[in-house]
Design a protein around this ligand. Sequence first.
Ligand SMILES: [Zn+2]
Length: 318
Amino acid sequence: MLNDISFILGAQRNPPAKLAMSTATVYIGAMRLAFTDSPLDHAGLNRSDAGWMDAQHRHDGARAVLFAGGALALGEDGAPLILPAREAAAMPLKWPGLIFLGLQDGAPWFAASLEPGVRERGPDFRMSAMHAPPDLTCIFARARAILLWAGRRRVCSNCGGSNEPVDGGLRLLCPSCGMEHYPRTDPSVIFLPYSGDRCVLGRQAGWPPGMYATLAGFVEPGETLEAACAREALEEIHLKALRAEYVASQPWPFPSSLMLGFMVEIEPGEVRPDDDLEDARWFSREEVRSLYDGEMARWSPRHFSISRLLVEHWLDTG
Ligand SMILES: [Zn+2]
């Protein structure tokens, strides 16, 4: 039986032949799951040092990726606009200006949002990310999540004062009340419900015709990941979860989720989709294979989402 999903250490770029539970990186065959195995060193030990951060801005190899209206800004060649950091700093930037993302092979990356009208806005960010080289996809994702967060927090949510960027913009500090604001990551569970040799997939209205995927939802305060899976299974398809097994995670910068992927064994029974699903039903492995090899191959490339990884995992372990 084919089993080509591997979980390997971040430093190890060549996936092993067999599945091995380890830490950071997820591969499907030789393809790296999008947004995983980032090449960036976040420089957590240095970024609070203002002198060190100044040196990063002056670094000859410093680059900045620029955004326009939530999408990647485009250069005159139609490619994502990546400039030397000094040139980017001279452009009309939205508050808080250049944000430090991390180091790639010792060279700093920054990001910023351009004021409206400065440069053309690229296509939908998800489409851009789907087609960018894997390392750039990680950099773009981190940039977008942090820029969206910072852009909405110029005003302190505690006292209404004016926040100031510190640590290269990776932290905002309100001088009036002293409150520190950090970029947020919202945990979400994403899971494939299964029983025996069948699984349940659902679809939302508005998705491309014939597209079905795993179920997902945000984790609520006071909830474990397993409880979130069980609650979502009950809410979305009205079936009881029996067991949840963690598989892998994926940062999902739309805008700031961390998708925590599970296989969830559910009781067999009638699937009754919730109102926010257009359809949900049981599928056999053969049905899932023909679905994903057909029209859906265009909408859900194998490497892009953890939803697809969970489905492939289930197909391979049957
Ligand atoms: Zn404040």
